[in-house]
Design a binder for this molecule. Structure first.
Ligand SMILES: [Cu+2]
Length: 292
Protein backbone atom coordinates (compact mmCIF):
# COMPACT_ATOMS: atom_id res chain seq x y z
CA UNK A 1 0.00 0.00 0.00
CA UNK A 2 2.84 2.37 0.90
CA UNK A 3 4.54 1.76 -2.46
CA UNK A 4 1.29 2.49 -4.28
CA UNK A 5 1.01 5.87 -2.57
CA UNK A 6 4.57 6.90 -3.37
CA UNK A 7 4.00 5.97 -7.01
CA UNK A 8 0.72 7.89 -7.08
CA UNK A 9 2.30 11.01 -5.60
CA UNK A 10 5.05 11.01 -8.23
CA UNK A 11 2.37 10.75 -10.94
CA UNK A 12 0.38 13.59 -9.37
CA UNK A 13 3.48 15.79 -9.18
CA UNK A 14 4.02 15.38 -12.91
CA UNK A 15 0.41 16.00 -13.90
CA UNK A 16 0.01 19.04 -11.64
CA UNK A 17 1.79 21.58 -13.91
CA UNK A 18 -0.27 20.25 -16.80
CA UNK A 19 -3.54 20.74 -14.93
CA UNK A 20 -2.60 24.14 -13.51
CA UNK A 21 -1.84 25.65 -16.93
CA UNK A 22 -5.58 25.34 -17.53
CA UNK A 23 -6.13 28.33 -15.22
CA UNK A 24 -4.14 30.74 -17.42
CA UNK A 25 -5.55 33.52 -19.58
CA UNK A 26 -4.08 31.84 -22.64
CA UNK A 27 -6.46 28.93 -22.33
CA UNK A 28 -8.47 30.55 -25.10
CA UNK A 29 -11.33 28.15 -25.67
CA UNK A 30 -12.62 28.37 -22.11
CA UNK A 31 -12.07 32.17 -21.88
CA UNK A 32 -15.01 32.89 -24.15
CA UNK A 33 -15.59 36.56 -24.99
CA UNK A 34 -18.86 36.40 -26.89
CA UNK A 35 -22.25 34.63 -27.05
CA UNK A 36 -21.20 32.11 -29.74
CA UNK A 37 -18.08 30.99 -27.88
CA UNK A 38 -20.13 30.84 -24.67
CA UNK A 39 -22.65 28.40 -26.16
CA UNK A 40 -19.74 26.23 -27.30
CA UNK A 41 -17.92 26.45 -23.96
CA UNK A 42 -21.06 25.44 -22.06
CA UNK A 43 -21.52 22.48 -24.38
CA UNK A 44 -17.92 21.42 -23.66
CA UNK A 45 -18.50 21.65 -19.90
CA UNK A 46 -21.82 19.79 -20.11
CA UNK A 47 -20.23 17.03 -22.21
CA UNK A 48 -17.37 16.66 -19.73
CA UNK A 49 -19.80 16.44 -16.79
CA UNK A 50 -22.00 13.87 -18.56
CA UNK A 51 -18.96 11.81 -19.56
CA UNK A 52 -17.66 11.83 -15.99
CA UNK A 53 -20.94 10.24 -14.80
CA UNK A 54 -19.71 7.09 -16.58
CA UNK A 55 -15.94 7.49 -16.34
CA UNK A 56 -15.62 8.10 -12.59
CA UNK A 57 -17.68 5.08 -11.40
CA UNK A 58 -15.89 2.85 -13.94
CA UNK A 59 -12.43 3.88 -12.71
CA UNK A 60 -13.47 3.54 -9.05
CA UNK A 61 -15.01 0.11 -9.75
CA UNK A 62 -11.89 -1.01 -11.59
CA UNK A 63 -9.67 -0.30 -8.59
CA UNK A 64 -12.24 -1.83 -6.22
CA UNK A 65 -12.51 -5.05 -8.26
CA UNK A 66 -8.74 -5.39 -8.62
CA UNK A 67 -8.40 -4.98 -4.88
CA UNK A 68 -11.37 -7.15 -3.86
CA UNK A 69 -11.02 -10.12 -6.24
CA UNK A 70 -7.29 -10.39 -6.57
CA UNK A 71 -6.00 -13.95 -6.17
CA UNK A 72 -3.91 -13.65 -3.05
CA UNK A 73 -3.57 -15.65 0.18
CA UNK A 74 -6.37 -14.96 2.65
CA UNK A 75 -8.74 -13.25 0.17
CA UNK A 76 -12.31 -14.20 1.15
CA UNK A 77 -14.00 -12.79 -1.99
CA UNK A 78 -16.78 -15.08 -3.26
CA UNK A 79 -15.81 -17.34 -6.17
CA UNK A 80 -18.76 -18.16 -8.45
CA UNK A 81 -17.67 -20.02 -11.61
CA UNK A 82 -21.29 -20.84 -12.61
CA UNK A 83 -22.45 -17.21 -12.50
CA UNK A 84 -23.83 -16.19 -15.90
CA UNK A 85 -25.98 -13.06 -15.80
CA UNK A 86 -27.39 -10.25 -13.73
CA UNK A 87 -30.37 -8.37 -15.24
CA UNK A 88 -30.14 -5.40 -12.86
CA UNK A 89 -26.46 -4.80 -13.61
CA UNK A 90 -27.03 -5.11 -17.37
CA UNK A 91 -29.83 -2.55 -17.25
CA UNK A 92 -27.53 -0.20 -15.32
CA UNK A 93 -24.50 -0.45 -17.58
CA UNK A 94 -26.47 -0.31 -20.80
CA UNK A 95 -29.19 2.08 -19.64
CA UNK A 96 -27.09 4.89 -18.15
CA UNK A 97 -24.73 5.28 -21.16
CA UNK A 98 -27.66 5.18 -23.60
CA UNK A 99 -29.48 7.90 -21.67
CA UNK A 100 -26.28 10.00 -21.52
CA UNK A 101 -25.64 9.62 -25.25
CA UNK A 102 -29.25 10.63 -25.86
CA UNK A 103 -28.85 13.80 -23.79
CA UNK A 104 -25.44 14.62 -25.36
CA UNK A 105 -26.85 14.15 -28.87
CA UNK A 106 -29.88 16.31 -28.18
CA UNK A 107 -27.81 19.16 -26.72
CA UNK A 108 -25.27 19.01 -29.56
CA UNK A 109 -27.94 19.10 -32.26
CA UNK A 110 -29.74 21.96 -30.47
CA UNK A 111 -26.56 24.09 -30.23
CA UNK A 112 -25.41 23.24 -33.74
CA UNK A 113 -28.65 24.56 -35.21
CA UNK A 114 -28.66 27.51 -32.82
CA UNK A 115 -25.23 28.63 -34.08
CA UNK A 116 -26.25 28.56 -37.74
CA UNK A 117 -28.35 31.65 -37.00
CA UNK A 118 -27.05 34.98 -35.69
CA UNK A 119 -26.63 35.21 -31.89
CA UNK A 120 -30.08 35.58 -30.33
CA UNK A 121 -29.75 38.57 -28.01
CA UNK A 122 -28.90 41.11 -30.67
CA UNK A 123 -30.27 44.47 -31.64
CA UNK A 124 -27.86 45.84 -34.25
CA UNK A 125 -27.73 44.98 -37.93
CA UNK A 126 -25.17 42.27 -38.70
CA UNK A 127 -21.84 43.26 -40.20
CA UNK A 128 -20.59 41.20 -43.15
CA UNK A 129 -16.90 40.39 -43.53
CA UNK A 130 -15.70 38.29 -46.47
CA UNK A 131 -12.62 36.26 -45.60
CA UNK A 132 -10.24 34.61 -48.06
CA UNK A 133 -7.40 32.36 -46.99
CA UNK A 134 -4.36 32.76 -49.23
CA UNK A 135 -0.79 31.42 -49.06
CA UNK A 136 0.09 32.49 -46.20
CA UNK A 137 -2.15 35.34 -45.25
CA UNK A 138 -5.75 36.22 -44.56
CA UNK A 139 -7.66 38.75 -46.67
CA UNK A 140 -10.67 40.47 -45.09
CA UNK A 141 -13.09 42.40 -47.30
CA UNK A 142 -15.91 44.62 -46.02
CA UNK A 143 -18.53 44.78 -48.81
CA UNK A 144 -20.64 47.51 -47.14
CA UNK A 145 -17.69 49.72 -46.19
CA UNK A 146 -15.70 48.83 -49.32
CA UNK A 147 -12.43 48.45 -47.44
CA UNK A 148 -10.10 45.49 -47.06
CA UNK A 149 -7.39 44.35 -44.66
CA UNK A 150 -4.76 41.65 -44.53
CA UNK A 151 -3.95 39.65 -41.38
CA UNK A 152 -6.19 41.64 -39.03
CA UNK A 153 -9.75 42.77 -38.93
CA UNK A 154 -11.77 45.17 -36.82
CA UNK A 155 -15.33 44.45 -35.74
CA UNK A 156 -17.85 46.41 -33.65
CA UNK A 157 -18.68 45.04 -30.19
CA UNK A 158 -22.16 43.73 -29.33
CA UNK A 159 -23.08 43.33 -32.97
CA UNK A 160 -23.24 40.00 -34.77
CA UNK A 161 -20.60 39.60 -37.47
CA UNK A 162 -21.30 37.36 -40.43
CA UNK A 163 -18.02 35.98 -41.72
CA UNK A 164 -18.26 34.48 -45.20
CA UNK A 165 -15.29 32.27 -45.85
CA UNK A 166 -13.54 30.95 -48.90
CA UNK A 167 -10.03 30.04 -50.03
CA UNK A 168 -7.86 30.89 -52.99
CA UNK A 169 -5.16 28.47 -51.87
CA UNK A 170 -5.25 25.07 -50.19
CA UNK A 171 -8.13 24.47 -47.82
CA UNK A 172 -7.66 26.11 -44.44
CA UNK A 173 -9.67 26.80 -41.32
CA UNK A 174 -10.67 30.13 -39.80
CA UNK A 175 -10.49 30.13 -36.02
CA UNK A 176 -10.90 32.84 -33.38
CA UNK A 177 -11.08 30.62 -30.27
CA UNK A 178 -12.35 33.28 -27.83
CA UNK A 179 -15.22 34.24 -30.12
CA UNK A 180 -16.30 30.82 -31.41
CA UNK A 181 -15.38 27.57 -33.07
CA UNK A 182 -13.52 27.13 -36.33
CA UNK A 183 -14.99 26.91 -39.81
CA UNK A 184 -13.29 25.61 -42.96
CA UNK A 185 -12.27 27.78 -45.90
CA UNK A 186 -12.48 25.88 -49.17
CA UNK A 187 -11.87 26.87 -52.81
CA UNK A 188 -15.12 27.30 -54.71
CA UNK A 189 -17.27 27.40 -51.58
CA UNK A 190 -18.71 30.13 -49.40
CA UNK A 191 -19.01 29.01 -45.78
CA UNK A 192 -20.62 31.10 -43.08
CA UNK A 193 -19.65 31.68 -39.47
CA UNK A 194 -21.40 33.97 -36.98
CA UNK A 195 -19.24 35.54 -34.30
CA UNK A 196 -19.78 38.31 -31.80
CA UNK A 197 -17.58 40.05 -29.22
CA UNK A 198 -18.91 41.32 -25.88
CA UNK A 199 -16.09 43.69 -25.02
CA UNK A 200 -13.48 45.74 -26.85
CA UNK A 201 -10.23 43.85 -27.12
CA UNK A 202 -7.78 42.00 -29.29
CA UNK A 203 -8.72 38.41 -30.02
CA UNK A 204 -6.18 35.96 -31.37
CA UNK A 205 -7.08 34.18 -34.58
CA UNK A 206 -5.26 31.65 -36.73
CA UNK A 207 -5.48 29.18 -39.55
CA UNK A 208 -6.34 25.89 -37.85
CA UNK A 209 -5.63 23.63 -40.81
CA UNK A 210 -2.11 22.86 -42.00
CA UNK A 211 -1.64 24.28 -45.50
CA UNK A 212 2.04 23.93 -46.22
CA UNK A 213 5.21 25.98 -45.74
CA UNK A 214 4.52 29.40 -44.20
CA UNK A 215 1.34 28.15 -42.57
CA UNK A 216 2.62 29.09 -39.11
CA UNK A 217 2.48 32.77 -40.13
CA UNK A 218 -1.25 32.66 -40.83
CA UNK A 219 -2.14 34.42 -37.60
CA UNK A 220 -4.35 37.47 -37.28
CA UNK A 221 -5.98 39.64 -34.64
CA UNK A 222 -9.67 40.41 -34.49
CA UNK A 223 -9.85 43.85 -32.90
CA UNK A 224 -13.24 44.55 -31.33
CA UNK A 225 -14.08 48.26 -30.91
CA UNK A 226 -17.21 50.05 -29.69
CA UNK A 227 -19.51 51.12 -32.54
CA UNK A 228 -18.06 54.67 -32.67
CA UNK A 229 -14.48 53.45 -32.63
CA UNK A 230 -15.26 51.01 -35.42
CA UNK A 231 -16.72 53.77 -37.64
CA UNK A 232 -13.67 55.90 -36.87
CA UNK A 233 -11.39 53.05 -37.90
CA UNK A 234 -13.32 52.58 -41.17
CA UNK A 235 -13.01 56.32 -41.96
CA UNK A 236 -9.33 56.28 -41.14
CA UNK A 237 -8.67 53.32 -43.46
CA UNK A 238 -10.74 55.02 -46.17
CA UNK A 239 -8.75 58.24 -45.96
CA UNK A 240 -5.22 56.98 -45.40
CA UNK A 241 -4.75 53.49 -46.91
CA UNK A 242 -3.96 52.70 -50.56
CA UNK A 243 -6.55 50.99 -52.79
CA UNK A 244 -6.40 47.26 -53.53
CA UNK A 245 -6.20 46.90 -57.31
CA UNK A 246 -6.69 43.83 -59.46
CA UNK A 247 -2.92 43.47 -59.87
CA UNK A 248 -2.51 44.15 -56.14
CA UNK A 249 -4.80 41.22 -55.45
CA UNK A 250 -2.83 39.11 -57.91
CA UNK A 251 0.29 39.86 -55.83
CA UNK A 252 -1.54 38.73 -52.70
CA UNK A 253 -2.22 35.34 -54.26
CA UNK A 254 1.52 34.66 -54.57
CA UNK A 255 3.21 32.63 -51.82
CA UNK A 256 4.37 35.18 -49.28
CA UNK A 257 4.17 36.12 -45.63
CA UNK A 258 2.69 39.56 -44.92
CA UNK A 259 2.35 42.09 -42.11
CA UNK A 260 -0.95 43.74 -41.18
CA UNK A 261 -2.12 45.89 -44.09
CA UNK A 262 -5.23 47.93 -44.92
CA UNK A 263 -6.80 49.00 -48.22
CA UNK A 264 -9.21 51.93 -48.77
CA UNK A 265 -11.12 50.02 -51.46
CA UNK A 266 -11.12 46.82 -53.49
CA UNK A 267 -12.32 45.83 -56.97
CA UNK A 268 -16.11 45.33 -56.75
CA UNK A 269 -17.26 41.73 -56.68
CA UNK A 270 -13.78 40.35 -56.11
CA UNK A 271 -14.88 37.96 -53.37
CA UNK A 272 -17.62 36.48 -55.57
CA UNK A 273 -15.04 36.09 -58.34
CA UNK A 274 -12.69 34.18 -56.02
CA UNK A 275 -15.51 31.77 -55.15
CA UNK A 276 -16.69 31.33 -58.74
CA UNK A 277 -13.27 30.77 -60.33
CA UNK A 278 -12.95 27.49 -58.42
CA UNK A 279 -16.28 26.13 -59.63
CA UNK A 280 -18.37 28.17 -57.22
CA UNK A 281 -21.09 28.73 -59.82
CA UNK A 282 -22.76 25.73 -58.25
CA UNK A 283 -22.90 27.75 -55.06
CA UNK A 284 -24.65 30.80 -56.48
CA UNK A 285 -27.72 30.51 -54.29
CA UNK A 286 -25.49 30.09 -51.24
CA UNK A 287 -23.50 33.20 -52.13
CA UNK A 288 -26.54 35.45 -52.48
CA UNK A 289 -28.02 34.03 -49.29
CA UNK A 290 -24.70 34.59 -47.56
CA UNK A 291 -24.20 38.15 -48.77
CA UNK A 292 -27.68 39.68 -48.62
CU1 LIG B 1 -16.45 22.09 -48.97
Amino acid sequence: MKRLWSRLSVLLLFTMPLLLTGCGERYFVLNSAGPVARVERNLIYTSIALTLIVVIPVIVLMFYIIHRFRDKPGNDAPYEPQWSENKTLEIVWWGIPIVIIGILGTLTVRDTFRLVRPPANVTGKPLTVQVTSLNWKWLFQYPEQNIATVNYCAIPTNRPVRFILTSNAPMNSFWVPQLGGQEYTMPGMAMRLWLQADHPGKYFGSGANFSGRGYAHMKFNVVAKPEGGFQQWVNQVKSSAPALTVSGYHDLTKDSVMKETAYSSFPPGSFERIVRQEGGMYMKHKLTEATD
